[in-house]
Ligand binder design. Structure first.
Ligand code: ADP
Ligand code: ZN
Ligand code: ZN
Length: 682
């Protein structure tokens, strides 16, 4: 029979035999080479693909959990085919670690295996039963949306397009309650681990009275192996009815799954960036189709892919045009910074507006998508700049606190750390200055401007410790913070009650990025962060500082005009044949030298053109291999080759033919390569 193993060879399925019949989806222990491994039985063909003499016996059949269900196997199979990865590399990593580790089952410490050990442990004390603050009555738009979602008893993908603060959560909740009442399970995905506590509270408060104490399970990468196993078991046995989780939760078996919700569906975090590079949003739609159940994708700024589907009536669009609480959308102001003297990046207009809001006891959010103190340290006399010795990138100056021992230079690409030099390594001058600014520097400057204000910074640096993000967000929610400085971590989904003003610094940095999705991402990010303002009280305001106020992105933002922006962008994409009007795959090569990486890609391209010319006639086109923008990271040089087609099936067929050639070619040329389907960043 065929057993899927986490081995990067062929299709990831290997032949084994067993004297007793073993069901599909059962985990087994086998010997592969000299190693023992856990695999999943995925086929029962009698004829092995290798010499029957060589087929080894399955060593142990694991029966501590039910066989992985057929629909789970189908989804894994689909993902492996679609994303061009061996099946075992899709299946095994998606299981909680203890279920795929031989050491958890064999040897002294195993004590009956991880599932048995878990059942012996006392379950954690039940969480307090939260009472809902007040359940709002749905407005007409909301109930219209819910009606359509609950009336659907087959597959349909809904695109819930609701402006920020329009109450999408209530629509999710009411729809979920309906399916729960019908005995179904609901999968509720959020893009960011930091958003789970907020939703967990809401879900718990609203669902426990209907579903009981055990109703909710939560899955994200911040859990320990044991916690993850516990939650996974509760969901896959059907005990927990609602699964709240980040992208990895899409791979959880759910026997009674009846509804899938994907909040902030446009968010790039749904795309896994290593290993199996899947889109959890796209897999959600596939899974919904496969199980014949509805899928709800929600966003204030849907991805252009989803919007395009809705325009073509492949998805059903549900619109929430008004904010749910009796407040209007925040007023947006563009401050033209071209002729202004800025103080540490702040315009006088923004500083004045901040002062007023603070006087009125409102919160202010300052958004800058760049962490650290300054993006580079530079010598005033010779022009030396701090550079990473391992990458083609600057090192970023980090300071926390004023003491010099807390200062260092850090590379954001490879993690390289260095002390801050006392004098210029090139000319010896002692006048080294930070250039530009990041969130740490803003925090410092705001402390000088507004000494009475309580300031918090939320970015990847301030939240490195486990639980610290949650603590900081809790402080903001509790009103213990007056000014919040943050990166995109603060932009998403949070419902801050007292936030009156949002200031956006240096948004222009994203305006001229090479990636064709840069304007789309910038617009979504600005709409999101702007949407944090004035959610509970009227008079919210957003100030965006820019050198290019006439750019379409800013003009659309000014009018909260997602539809106009989407129309304009889709026209542009269509005229040049970019996604969603074309489908892409990206081959990336990593080598000692850029020359090697490029020549591998040239070679891969000519293999395609010589051996698979039929596909070239069917509209598969190649770009030229190019170096990545940051060519070298940790001494490895990188280049990429973009492949495109107007037909998804043709591209898929071509990739399936081409992909098996790439591994051997890469080995031969001593290059590492990865193939990514539907890349988000190019
Ligand atoms: P979104 O996710 O669309 O940005 P939320 O779901 O966070 O918006 O809702 C914004 C605010 O409006 C929340 O504080 C929520 O409690 C409130 N709200 C939602 N629906 C209603 C309603 N029908 N009536 C009054 N308030 C509502
Ligand atoms: Zn110098
Ligand atoms: Zn580096």
């Amino acid at each position: 029979m065929g057993v899927a193993l986490d081995v990067p060879l062929g299709d990831g399925v290997f032949d084994y035999k067993s004297s007793d019949p073993v069901e599909l989806g059962v985990r087994v222990i086998v010997t592969f080479g000299r190693r023992k491994m856990i695999g999943v039985v995925v086929s029962r063909q009698d004829k092995p693909r290798i010499d029957p003499e060589q087929v080894r016996e399955i060593e142990e059949v694991l029966s501590d959990i039910a066989p992985l269900p057929a629909d789970w196997l189908r989804m894994a199979q689909f993902a492996a085919g679609y994303y061009q990865r061996p099946l075992g590399e899709v299946m095994l990593p998606s299981l909680p670690a203890p279920l795929r580790k031989v050491s958890a089952y064999q040897g002294k410490a195993s004590r009956g295996g991880p599932v048995a050990r878990m059942r012996k442990q006392r379950s954690p004390a039940p969480l307090p039963d939260l009472t809902p603050d007040q359940i709002p009555t749905l407005n007409t738009e909301q109930s219209g949306a819910v009606d359509q979602i609950v009336a659907c008893n087959s597959h349909q993908t809904f695109l819930l397009h609701g402006v920020t603060g329009s109450g999408k959560t209530e629509v999710y909740l009411h729809s979920a309650l309906h399916y729960l009442a019908g005995g179904k399970q609901v999968l509720f995905m959020v893009p960011e681990i930091n958003l789970t506590p907020q939703f967990e509270q809401v879900l718990r408060a609203r669902l426990v009275h209907q579903g009981g104490e055990d109703v909710l399970a939560v899955l994200h990468s911040g859990l320990s192996d044991g916690q993850r196993l516990r939650e996974w078991l509760r969901v896959s046995t059907g005990q927990a009815r609602v699964l709240l989780g980040t992208r990895l939760s899409i791979f959880t078996p759910m026997p009674h799954l009846g509804l899938i919700i994907v909040d902030e569906e446009h968010d790039a975090s749904y795309k896994q960036q290593d290993g199996l590079r899947y889109s959890a949003r796209d897999l959600a739609v596939w899974r919904g189709h496969d199980r014949n159940i509805p899928v709800v994708l929600g966003s204030a700024t849907p991805s252009l892919e989803s919007w395009h589907h809705a325009q073509k009536q492949r998805y059903t669009c549900l619109s929430l045009r008004q904010r749910a609480r009796d407040v209007t959308l925040p007023h947006i102001r563009l401050v033209d910074t071209r002729r202004l003297e800025l103080q540490q990046g702040f315009s006088p207009q923004l500083l004045e507006a901040m002062g007023k809001r603070l006087d009125a006891k409102e919160q202010v959010l300052v958004f800058l998508n760049r962490r650290g103190y300054a993006p580079v340290l530079s010598c005033t006399s010779c022009g030396w700049v701090s550079q990473c010795p391992r990458c083609t990138a600057y090192t970023i100056l980090h300071r926390s606190g004023s003491a010099a021992r807390h200062h260092h230079l850090q590379c954001h690409h490879c993690g390289y750390h260095a002390r801050v030099p006392e004098k210029c390594p090139d000319c010896g001058d002692a006048d080294l200055r930070p250039m530009g600014r990041g969130t740490q520097r803003l925090e410092e400057y705001l402390g000088e401007c507004f000494p009475a204000a309580r300031i918090a910074r939320i970015d990847a640096d301030s939240t490195r410790l486990k639980g610290s993000a949650q603590k900081l967000f809790a402080k903001v929610h509790a009103g213990e913070i007056d000014i919040l400085v943050g990166t995109q971590m603060v932009a998403k989904g949070h419902d801050f009650a007292r936030l009156g003003l949002v200031g956006v610094l240096n948004a222009d940095a994203m305006l001229f990025a090479q990636d064709f999705r840069a304007p789309e991402r910038l617009f979504a990010q600005l709409m999101q962060v702007a949407g944090r303002a004035g959610r509970h009280v009227a008079g919210g305001e957003v100030i965006v500082q820019t050198d290019y106020p006439e750019q379409p992105v800013y003009q659309a933002l000014l009018h909260h005009d997602y539809t106009g922006f989407a129309r304009h962008s889709l026209q542009e994409r269509e005229s040049v044949g970019l996604p969603p009007f074309a489908f892409q795959a990206l081959l990336t090569a990593e080598a000692k030298t850029i020359a090697k990486a490029l020549s591998f890609l040239e070679e891969a391209k000519s293999v395609a053109q010589n051996q698979f010319s039929a596909y070239m006639d069917m509209a598969v086109t190649f770009y030229d291999p190019v170096p990545l923008r940051v060519v070298r990271v940790a001494h490895v040089e990188r280049a990429q080759l973009l492949v495109e087609s107007t037909s998804r099936p043709v591209l898929q067929a071509f990739l399936s033919a081409w992909n098996p050639q790439l591994g051997p070619l890469a080995n031969q040329l001593r290059v590492r390569c990865t193939l990514e389907v539907d890349p988000l960043e190019i």
